[in-house]
Design a protein around this ligand. Structure first.
Ligand code: FES
Length: 174
């Protein structure tokens, strides 16, 4: 073989090997892109599934979710007495009062001044916060004396078959 032909053949072999390398690289890029898209899709689906219970719990935790929660048998709460409970979550403490006049009212019982618990003062038929002597109207939960400026959140009640239930909560200020 002449020197020229030999060089030409070597160059051709070299070009072929470059071409094959390039084709492999194109395949690699395609493969990697596909693998990346697949893994991202998988990760997105996995995150979606993993967080689903939290999404459902979040959707169910609406403030005005009318979940019925049993508070007490009415026969166990005579007129002039009160009982504490939690609504709508364990950390939302509340007070149910059977007033001296025979009405049932309930409010979250953290004083709207500095969060002390409020109590039913039977003699005055009023809710009282002992921390700074704040008073709330028993019928409305609105502040009537002392430092509190906002009313207590109202717990809506339902009495069924002699049992008192909390069925909702209302905030009445912005
Ligand atoms: S915390 Fe209730 S009056 Fe201050």
């Amino acid at each position: 073989m002449s020197e020229k032909k030999k060089r030409h053949r070597e160059e051709t072999d070299h070009d072929m090997s470059n071409l094959i390398d390039n084709l492999k690289r194109v395949d690699d890029v395609k493969y990697n892109r596909r693998a990346f898209i697949k893994s991202m899709t998988g990760a997105t689906v996995a995150i979606g599934i993993a967080t689903l219970p939290f999404q459902i719990a979040g959707a169910m935790k609406k403030e005005d979710d009318p979940t019925h929660v049993k508070i007490i048998e009415l026969s166990s709460l005579p007129k002039g007495k009160s009982v504490t409970f939690s609504y709508p979550t364990e950390s939302d403490t509340a007070i149910l009062v059977h007033t001296v006049n025979g009405e049932l009212v309930a409010y979250n019982n953290k004083c709207t001044h500095l969060q002390c618990p409020v109590f039913y003062e039977k003699e005055r038929d009023i809710l009282m916060c002992p921390c700074h002597r704040g008073f709330f109207d028993i019928k409305t939960g609105h502040p009537v004396e002392g430092p509190p400026q906002r009313e207590l959140p109202l717990i809506e009640l339902e009495v069924k078959n002699g049992v008192v239930y909390a069925v909702g909560r209302k905030y009445r200020h912005e």
